[in-house]
Design a protein around this ligand. Structure first.
Ligand code: DHB
Ligand code: MG
Length: 222
């Protein structure tokens, strides 16, 4: 049997994406535009984009909140899943990223369902308090703020809302108490909040694949 290593994790992820996700011109164009604009290639992998799409559909979510738009790749995956009457509100700190995402989301044909809010999420989130509650929240921004974002996810959600947190694996560093990496510390604090805070019931899965050794946490608001 092959020994697990990053090269065959990636090859297997490519196989899974080819077999189960397929090629998609609008999504591939979004990635091209993101790269062209010099943005980092830290979007979710295709298999994870499809997971988000499936979670929206399985949960019947109609209103989705995304924290961290980047180039709109995951936004498009979720916007397709909410249906014509659904809505995705996505928060992006960088105006230039938001402009690239806007164009890609519009080109994908789901622009009417997607509202991009430009600003630091910590400042934008309180402005959503008077909106209808969100059925699914995807947290994929600065990891240092994960506990803040989880608090808002509970406040802006309702019992039964789904919360997904990206990048919880961090190459296994989440169990290193000596890690001085603020992203590791923020990620671990978010996981511990999910375990301790009575507003959530959660689990997390480690993943290996195109993004190396990483993972995703999934919670329900109780
Ligand atoms: C980082 C952030 C992400 O959302 C991601 O998917 C991968 C890496 C980061 O900030 O390191
Ligand atoms: Mg991420």
């Amino acid at each position: 049997m092959a020994q697990p290593n990053p090269a065959n994790w990636r090859a297997a992820d490519d196989y899974l994406a080819e077999t189960l996700v397929g090629h998609d011109p609008a999504l591939e164009a979004a990635l091209g535009a993101q790269q062209e604009a010099g943005m980092p290639a830290i979007e979710v992998a295709p298999v994870s984009g499809k997971l988000l799409n499936l979670l929206v559909r399985i949960s019947g979510a109609r209103r989705v909140l995304e924290i961290g738009t980047l180039g709109g790749y995951s936004t498009i995956w979720m916007a397709r899943a909410v249906g014509e009457a659904g809505r995705v509100v996505t928060i992006e700190a960088e105006p230039a990223n938001g402009a690239v995402a806007r164009a890609s989301i519009d080109a994908a044909g789901v622009g009417e369902r997607v509202e991009i809010r430009i600003g630091r999420a910590a400042e934008v989130l309180p402005s959503l308090e008077d909106d209808e509650p969100f059925d699914l929240v995807f947290i994929d921004a600065d990891k240092e703020s994960n506990t803040l974002y989880l608090d808002w996810a509970a406040r802006l959600g309702h019992p039964g809302s789904v919360v997904v947190v990206d990048n919880i694996g961090r190459d296994g560093d989440i169990i290193d108490p000596a890690s001085g990496d603020s992203k590791v510390v923020g990620t671990r604090e978010g996981l511990e909040m999910l375990g301790r805070d009575p507003r959530f019931d959660a689990t997390a899965l480690q993943t290996v694949g195109a993004k190396g050794w990483d993972g995703v946490a999934i919670a329900v608001v109780v």
